[in-house]
Ligand binder design. Structure first.
Ligand code: IMP
Ligand code: MG
Length: 179
């Protein structure tokens, strides 16, 4: 892996596709073994960032399941704006269902707080959160995160679905902002 440039910024190799694959597998295994027998979960991928993670995760999850995607944007550039747009895309009746959110990365937790808010009145059987990456140093909420693929330091990353101003989502590996 070589260093790359996206727009005005330089990024260095951080997590290889092989490592990412291990984290995704770890999450899929953990979630599979936590489910009650006969429980058919609905996975909800948070777009855009989680599309690649969700696709790889689905291939590793063993058992019956559903998947759908919702979109909510809270991030521009390299700083979380804290402004959350509304959620688009939930048409399913989630009442009595086991819902598992698939997030690419949890940073400040603003998006996560919004997700909890949205699901509060949906009468789901269980709501679980799975995130591929987590930045514990910036997380400011007292909300449970059930499954974490990998905790990382508070530096901006791109690749594997994550973007910097719209670019970099197609990179198969993760790169970290060079400071
Ligand atoms: P939060 O609301 O601050 O937790 O951030 C949530 C969203 O911001 C994530 O789902 C990502 O889409 C985006 N995000 C947070 N950190 C990064 C990063 O390091 N690189 C790219 N996107 C990020
Ligand atoms: Mg996201």
């Amino acid at each position: 892996m070589d260093s790359i440039q996206i727009h005005d910024k330089h990024f260095v190799p951080f997590i290889s596709r092989e490592r990412i694959d291990k984290y995704v597998e770890f999450l899929a295994d953990q979630i599979t073994s936590d489910l009650e027998e006969g429980d058919v979960p609905i996975f909800i991928g948070i777009l855009n960032g989680s599309f690649m993670f969700a696709a790889d995760f689905m291939k590793k999850f063993k058992g019956d399941c559903h998947i759908t995607f919702v979109k909510m944007a809270s991030y521009e550039g390299v700083n979380s704006t804290g402004k959350i747009k509304h959620l688009v895309g939930i048409n399913e009746d989630l009442k009595g269902k086991t819902v598992i959110i698939l997030e690419d990365i949890i940073d400040t937790g603003n998006t996560l707080a919004e997700i909890y808010e949205i699901f509060r009145d949906k009468e789901v059987k269980k709501l679980k959160i799975a995130t591929l990456f987590f930045k514990p140093d910036v997380f400011r909420k007292e909300l449970p995160i059930d499954y974490i693929g990998k905790s990382i330091e508070d530096k901006f990353v791109v690749g594997y679905g994550l973007d910097y101003d719209g670019l970099g989502r197609n990179l198969p590996d993760i790169y970290q902002l060079k400071v």
